[in-house]
Structures are given as structure tokens and as C-alpha cells.
Design a protein around this ligand. Structure first.
Ligand code: NAD
Length: 385
């Protein structure tokens, strides 16, 4: 099986879809691995960190002409046009926002698996790149808050007096939010967590944080995700959060609803109620922001409050985010890069592999976006209609 790893071209993208540790495991599966020259440079993984059986190329026709192409973000439509009919692409795609990419994949009859569509079931945990990248984002968001504040996070008892711990409020307690809570807590802040899914209460509390409740707002949706709030629920939530925000030094927002723009939770008035010097880190920035004042990839000063809207936080932790992502990819492709039949179990080094899709496997069936020239994911299809 021939596999290539694309160079990432999106602005600010420093991650790469392959690291030496994972490449080593991949080549054991009899894979012929070709990586775009210098693809790992931005995440500090030079080409010579890979073993000798990995090859490098600058020729995009060669790179995109492989059986399987791996990437972090979907390649350009020009590069997709260089893919072989029936070959496989595995990357984040965000098809609902990228109709041109979906068209190119259909035209080229590429079997494309979108990493964001992998179901959040137990068996798929090791392939769940949404989670691995969200964990990186949550961790970094807490550090960004600590760095932006002109205060300590922990309580300090010194000869120069006692410093009270900073208060950090994390809105949205999914994977990213929980990691932000854990990180701010480790730095000694007094942490508060909030989510519309009330079953996150236990998880927030197990990290030593206080769970905030907006009476009458309970918005569990399908598949463990949240649903959108009604106008009345939104008002109740804002009334409660405005009070906590007025008392917080840092607010980190991570709220998301699948397939929808980021819910607008923090209004201008709520920012105006915050303390001078307070900071807001909006991880919802790439989805339009959880705060109505957020501007993606900008730091906005509103009165004495600053609002940070980083749109690709995992890329700021490129080395480890790439490592986790590459391992997610390896675990995933092993669902369809499988041993040929009738091989000698006593000679594992001589085994040969083939690409074979079991469409009865829920993970493959739910994550496939295009195949045989068709867009096959129903929710993306609906979004593009
Ligand atoms: P996400 O990125 O979709 O959303 C982040 C958080 O924002 C969620 O907790 C959501 O409830 C919350 N939210 C949405 N609207 C909100 C609002 N108006 N106000 C406040 N909070 C709001 O979520 P995620 O981190 O991807 O996790 C989603 C679910 O998937 C969770 O239940 C998580 O435990 C589950 N999960 C399961 C697995 C697994 O079993 N394999 C793996 C990862 C995540």
C-alpha cells in the first residue's frame, strides 16, 4: 500500500499529519511512505528525523498519486485533481464549509474520510482527532489566559503580603473545556466551570472546580453533544453568567454545537461588566466566536478588557498536536489497511497488506464523506443543499 503525507498550506497551520514514531509503525505494515519535503519543518520535525525507509518528494503529482493521502486539512482542489480515481484521502475536511473541496473529491472519485465525522464511540476513542486536538487547545487556552493576565494565578503568601488566587471561568466543559479547567487548576487558580449539559457537573467537580448552574437550562442533544438553546434559555444563561463573569479575572469559552456556528453566549454588555484587566480567550473563534466582540486571530480591547480569538490553537502546540493526530490517523487507517488473506502467521515481517473497506463498520460508514463520485454523508449533504 502506498501512502503519502501532504504539506499543510493553510495560513498559520504548523501541524503535520506524520511524525517519526508513527511512521515507524506504519512502515511495519508494509507501507511505502512518501512525505512532502519539509512538511514537518513548522512543527520542528525535520525530514532527517524519519528513518531511512521513508521517502520525501517535492513533486505534487507523485505525492497525490498514492493509494492513500494523509493530511491535517483538506488539500487544495488542484491537488485533489492529481489524486487517482478510487484513492483515499483522510484529513479534516469540514465539508459543510468547503463545497469546492467536496466537488473536487466527487469528480475525482476519491474515497474521502473526514476526521471530524468519526463517531464519538468507545471503540473510536483512539482515532478521535477532534478530542486529541481539543485537549491541546484547552490546555493552551489556560496558558494564554495566564499569560495575558497581569496577575498571578495561584495564591501566594509572601513577605510582601498575600495574593489572592485568580478566578477563571470556563464556559463549555467538553474535551477542550475540561482540559482548560484542569490546567488553570494546576496553576493554582480558583476555577469555575459551566456547561448546558448537566452531566458535565461531575467531571468539572472531579477536577476540583466549582460547577455553575443556570436554573431551567438543560440542553443535552444527540450523541452526547449539546443542542441549540431557545431564546428564553439563552436569557437565563446570560443572566447567570453575567454575574460570574463580573467576578472573574479570566474567562475561557469553548462552547460548540455540531454543524452550527459557535453559540453566541457572551454579549457586549457582559464584557462591559467584567473587571478592568480581565481577559477572555474565545476558543469558539473559528466558528464565529462565543463572544459577540471576538474577531478571529485578533486581540480586541474593549474598555479595559481584552478578548483573544485564536482560530487554530492546536497549531500553537504543533509538535504534540501533530504526534497525537498522526497516531489517531494510524489507528483509523488500520480499519481498512488489512492483512491479505492466507498468510503465514509465523512470519510477521513478510506479511503483505491491502486496502479493504468493511462498510458494515460503523466507524467507516459514518466518517466517509465521498465515495464512488457521490457525497454520502447525510448531514453534510443537507448543509450544502
Ligand atoms: P463540543 O466541542 O461540541 O462542545 C464543547 C462544549 O460546549 C460541550 O460540552 C457542549 O455541551 C458545550 N456547549 C454547547 N452549547 C453551549 C452553550 N450554549 N453554553 C454552554 N456550553 C455549551 O464538545 P466536545 O468536547 O467535542 O464533546 C462533546 C461530547 O462528546 C461530550 O459529551 C464528550 O464527553 C463526548 N465525547 C465522547 C467521546 C467518546 O466516548 N469516544 C470522546 C470525546 C468526546
Amino acid at each position: 500500500v502506498s501512502i503519502s503525507v501532504a504539506r499543510e498550506t493553510a495560513a498559520g497551520e504548523k501541524r503535520v499529519a506524520m511524525v517519526p514514531k508513527v511512521a515507524k509503525k506504519l512502515t511495519k505494515l508494509d507501507v511505502d511512505l512518501l512525505i512532502a519535503k519539509g512538511a514537518g519543518d513548522a512543527s520542528r520535525i525535520p525530514d532527517d528525523a524519519f528513518e531511512d525507509d521513508v521517502n520525501f518528494s517535492d513533486d505534487s503529482s507523485e505525492l497525490f498519486g498514492r493509494d492513500i493521502v494523509l493530511a491535517v486539512n483538506a488539500p487544495s482542489t488542484d491537488d485533489i485533481a492529481k489524486m487517482k480515481q478510487g484513492s483515499v484521502l483522510v484529513s479534516f475536511v469540514q465539508g459543510h464549509n468547503n463545497p469546492d473541496v467536496v466537488e473536487a473529491l466527487k469528480k475525482q472519485q476519491v474515497t474521502c474520510f473526514a476526521m471530524e465525522l468519526i463517531p464519538r464511540i468507545t471503540r473510536a476513542q483512539s482515532m478521535d482527532a477532534l478530542s486529541s486536538q481539543a485537549a491541546a487547545a484547552g490546555y493552551k487556552a489556560a496558558l494564554m489566559a495566564a499569560n495575558a493576565l497581569e496577575r498571578f494565578l495561584p495564591m501566594l503568601t509572601t513577605a510582601a503580603g498575600t495574593i489572592r488566587p485568580a478566578k477563571v471561568l470556563v464556559i463549555g466543559a467538553g474535551v477542550a473545556g475540561l482540559q482548560a479547567i484542569a490546567t488553570a487548576g494546576r496553576l493554582g487558580a480558583k476555577v469555575y466551570g459551566y456547561d448546558v449539559r448537566t452531566d458535565t457537573k461531575e467531571q468539572v467537580e472531579s477536577l476540583g472546580a466549582e460547577f455553575l448552574v443556570a436554573e431551567g437550562v438543560k440542553a443535552e442533544g444527540d450523541g452526547g453533544y449539546a443542542r441549540e438553546l431557545t431564546a428564553e434559555e439563552k436569557q437565563k444563561q446570560q443572566d447567570m453568567l453575567a454575574k460570574s463573569m463580573a467576578d472573574a479575572d479570566a474567562v475561557i469559552t469553548t462552547a460548540a454545537v455540531p454543524g452550527k456556528p459557535a453559540p453566541k453566549i457572551v454579549s457586549k454588555a457582559m464584557v462591559e461588566g467584567m473587571k478592568p484587566g480581565a481577559v477572555l480567550i474565545d476558543l469558539g473563534a473559528s466558528g464565529g466566536g462565543n463572544c459577540e466582540l471576538t474577531k478571529p486571530d485578533e486581540t480586541v480591547s474593549h474598555g479595559a478588557v481584552t478578548i483573544h480569538g485564536p482560530s487554530n490553537v492546536p497549531a500553537l502546540l504543533a509538535e504534540h498536536a501533530s504526534e497525537m493526530y498522526a497516531q489517531n490517523l494510524l489507528n483509523f487507517i488500520q480499519l481498512f489497511v488489512v492483512e491479505e488473506d492466507g498468510q503465514d502467521e509465523a512470519k510477521p515481517d513478510e506479511k503483505t497488506y491491502k486496502i479493504d473497506f468493511n462498510w458494515d463498520d460503523e466507524i467507516l460508514a459514518k466518517s466517509v464523506l465521498t465515495r464512488d463520485g457521490e457525497l454520502v454523508n447525510e448531514s453534510v449533504k443537507k448543509a450544502l443543499e
